[in-house]
Write a protein that binds this ligand. Sequence first.
Ligand code: CMC
Length: 426
Amino acid sequence: MNNSVTVIDNRTGKSYDFKILNGTRGPSVVDISSFYADTGMFTFDNGYTSTASCTSSITFIDGAKGELLYRGIKIEKLAEENSYLDVCYLLLNDALPSQEESKKFDLELRHRSFLHEELLELFKAFPSGSHPMATLSAAAAALSTFHFNHLDMCNESEYQTMARRIVAKMPTIAAFAYRHSIGASFIQPDITRSYTENFLYMMRAYPGGKMHVDPDGERSIKEIEIKALDTIFTLHADHEQNASTTSVRNVASTGAHPYVAISAGISALWGRAHGGANESVIKQLEMIGSVENVDAFISRAKDPEDEFRLMGFGHRVYKNFDPRARVLKNLQVQLQDELHLDSNLMQIASKIEEIALNDEYFVSRKLYPNIDFYSGVILTALKIPTSMFTPIFVIGRTVGWISQWIEFKKSKGTKIARPRQLYLGK
Ligand code: CMC
């Protein structure tokens, strides 16, 4: 066979051919779906470092070049020229919206941003002080009880309604989860505000108080904050088959409700090796405390006997600068100039970045600052509470998860996700 890979079992001398499949970009894959039937063995790939688990046309990453495309368009271009809602439309519809489509989409999401009154009881059932990520995961799952008909959807327009509903509601769920965590009453969505402004409003406003976009007001919402957060949402919108998206697809493969699949994605994202890193970055910078202590912590990160890792550094796919991190680095500089920021945390972060980008340990392992390194610092500058950093990642990523869910459902010949194991027990 020409376009194939041959595997030889050196114990028996038997050889087996496996077909090579080519995508439109990126590495080809070897189709090993018949490997067990042919050879009687499984393949072993701890952490799926060499495994493609599906076909997809949504997002493409070239980790060596540091390139990220949503539906074929570069992330830098989208972050510069498009709103987050237009990016949501792109991911869901495979094309950017016209002006009219964009307006209609925005309006529909504003109307869908409210939560059923009965869902509010769920938030109240959790102890105040609970982490918003835990509440968020539970509330996403609970949404399935209000929209149970989504379990039996069978056409594209139903998929799209289900998707717009959860994208619209996620900022409200996140803001309510936060307000409950600090014992504050809920602020209902204000449909005169844009998606991103509304989230800031629901999180920050005093009960009954008015809050407008105002460049001078102390507790107001500044245009630059809305733009920065909108960009952060765009940069987080999708990232192909990462741990949380794979969790969503695995749940989808069993036929469960789509909002329960999203809840699984939220839970997977919470861990600090994944989306939880943005919160850990700030906790780590606070622990380091001052620029003078940076060297000692870098030494700890390099010590193989020490479990300490530099949060916000390294990535499974990027072996070059994460393109999202590059956009955020520029945004950080812009915010520093416009908001006159020069905090102790920013100084520590700059020192770490400077050392790590030149240190042999980090250079040889291709450990660059990732998106979470800069987003943590920027969200702190925007006075976003640390416990809300990962929920903000959730808001941005919900559209990616649901787009991947729809793609899975529309694909032909999908199977339940069911890996095997190398048994070492009794
Ligand atoms: N600090 C110090 N050493 C590191 C770090 C780090 N942050 N990351 C990787 N290494 C070392 C690791 O010890 C190993 O060294 P050696 O070859 O000597 O054993 C080598 O680099 C390869 O690491 P790995 O753990 O095999 O790489 P991975 O692809 O399995 O893990 C990662 C990727 C992101 C989980 C890891 O780099 C990490 O834990 N980083 C810190 C947490 C973080 O910032 N996570 C956010 C990722 S980006 C956003 C997202 O996906 O949500």
